[in-house]
Design a protein around this ligand. Structure first.
Ligand code: PRP
Length: 211
């Protein structure tokens, strides 16, 4: 059991891209590509076990050692600040965290700016760095609705193509931080399974540099 490397991947398109990278460095697990609803897959031949976790839960599995390594967006690392090693920028899942809203919405100064977001820590840190007082309205998704129905003045959210903003009549107002997927490791697991994780990391680093 203990010589398996347990890998938490974010369920969805990013996880599939991440799995493709692991496959290319020799950690295939063919069962994972079958159409079914299983969540854990292992390959005895190369001693890897993959879990499909909710993207926001990957760092929890890794921090607590249920997974040795994982793939997670920088947005989640900045928001949750888990106690893990961030090993590598995988160069996939690229997007940006931005302030958005109706044109000029961030310039109003007559009252405290109301900011709707799924990322309250990122938003708080960003506005603290600007010495600006704000009120956070924590939502769980479809954040773009908030300024449209006057729940908030602006949003702090992920922008990838900009299509969601555009189709809802909103504009990017300021960039907060660029985002991409990161390879992370459990601190104890990294020491305990050092040889295997380090060799995976070296191969992954070479592959990412090629891309
Ligand atoms: C994300 C994000 C934006 C959208 C940005 O939402 O919150 O709404 O994607 O992508 P775009 O710039 O390419 O349009 P997601 O679909 O993950 O769902 P959510 O609304 O639940 O956050």
């Amino acid at each position: 059991m203990t010589d398996y490397v347990n890998i938490a991947l974010p369920k969805g398109r990013l996880g599939e891209k991440a799995y493709a990278l692991f496959e290319r460095i020799g950690f295939a697990c063919p069962d994972i590509l079958e159409e079914n609803r299983r969540l854990i897959f292992e390959n005895e031949a190369n001693r890897v076990r993959y879990f499909w976790a909710k993207p926001a839960d990957v760092a929890i599995y890794v921090e607590r050692g249920a997974a040795d390594i994982g793939v997670v967006g920088k947005d989640i690392l900045l928001e949750q600040e888990p106690d893990v090693y961030e090993l590598l920028d995988l160069g996939i899942g690229k997007c940006r965290m931005a302030v958005a809203g109706p044109r000029g919405a961030d310039r109003r100064t007559d009252r405290t700016l109301r900011v709707a977001t799924k990322f309250p820590n990122i938003a708080r840190n960003y506005y603290a760095s600007q010495s600006r007082e704000i009120e956070i309205i924590k939502l769980n998704g479809s954040i773009e609705i908030a300024p449209l129905v006057e729940l908030s003045d602006v949003i702090v959210d992920i922008v990838e193509t900009g299509k969601t903003l555009k189709e809802n009549g909103l504009e990017p107002l300021a960039d907060v931080v660029p985002i991409s997927a990161r390879l992370i490791a459990n601190k104890a697991g990294y020491r305990f399974k050092h040889r295997r994780i380090e060799s995976m990391l070296e191969q992954m680093r070479a592959l990412v540099a090629e891309n």
